[in-house]
Design a protein around this ligand. Structure first.
Ligand code: ADP
Ligand code: MG
Length: 253
């Protein structure tokens, strides 16, 4: 069965300030959607709201995920239901290896946990799927990791959890080419292997040269003001966001 993430008229406040002002978006499993927009338009707010961050207060609208009202679920339940949020700034975890971190993440998801042999098999399978060196699992998480290695850990976590949907908030200004490749190849592989739906949030078009979106949406002042195919991202790359502002600012006030 395919599932969908359906956002209907979503309004979100931060500290009583309206930030998202009526978002509508339908993402089906297996589709890649890119959400682009200038700084401050509300991209991260959308990601954190979907993840269930307590500072982001939905004031109207709905998010239907797999038939459930996502906004009624706490953050852990969202993860168990099959939603994955790739965090913008992964923290360093001294003394915990990538493998141990992943095993903890999997154990948190089920009552019985996962046995060590089953975990080893899963880890090997996913690392092979992503073309990763098995030695990587023995490294200490984020301890001296390059940008690319941080992303490798994140993608491996995603692969192990087998989500139905991933929301990836990428400020790709900070990503080097190696990191961009890891994220993009990982997302593309998981879309194919798991029929995962992907929402990739980005300011720049560059990452979309590697992750090919089926749909591109432009967020401006808390609303999606343009939707189209990959050509929309190319137009933004060439012309920036000024034409979007000019076209929509009057309507948005
Ligand atoms: P983007 O990711 O598109 O750059 P954000 O979602 O981070 O945009 O921010 C959208 C708006 O919300 C901005 O005007 C920002 O100043 C405001 N905002 C974000 N986080 C907070 C916060 N913790 N408290 C108050 N305002 C915030
Ligand atoms: Mg942001």
């Amino acid at each position: 069965m395919t599932t969908a993430l359906e956002i209907k008229n979503l309004h979100v406040n931060i500290a009583d300030q309206p930030i998202l002002k009526g978002i509508d978006l339908l993402v089906k499993q297996g589709e890649i959607h890119a959400i682009m927009g200038p700084n401050g338009s509300g991209k991260s707010t959308l990601a954190y709201t979907l993840a269930g961050h307590p500072a982001y207060e939905p004031t109207a609208g709905q998010v239907i995920f797999d038939g459930d009202d996502l906004l009624e679920l706490d953050a852990d339940e969202r993860s168990r239901a099959g939603l994955f949020l790739a965090f913008q700034y992964p923290v360093a975890v001294p003394g915990i290896t990538v493998a141990k971190f992943l095993r903890q993440a999997l154990n948190a998801r089920s009552e019985d946990g996962i046995s060590i042999p089953a975990f080893r098999r899963l880890l090997k399978e996913k690392m092979d799927m992503l073309g990763m060196d098995h030695k990587f699992a023995g490294r200490y998480l984020n301890d001296g990791f390059s940008g690319g290695e941080k992303k490798r850990a994140e993608i491996l976590q995603m692969a192990a959890l087998e989500p139905k949907f991933a929301i990836m908030d990428e400020t790709d200004s900070g990503l080097d080419i190696d990191a961009l490749r890891v994220v993009s190849e990982g997302a593309n592989t998981l879309r194919e292997e798991l029929n995962m739906g992907v929402v990739v949030i980005t300011h720049y078009q560059r990452i979309l040269e590697y992750i090919k979106p089926d749909y591109v949406h432009v967020l401006l002042d808390g609303r999606i003001v343009e939707s189209g195919g990959p050509e929309l991202a190319l137009k933004l790359e060439e012309s920036g966001y000024d034409w979007v502002r000019e076209k929509h600012t009057t309507a948005a006030q």
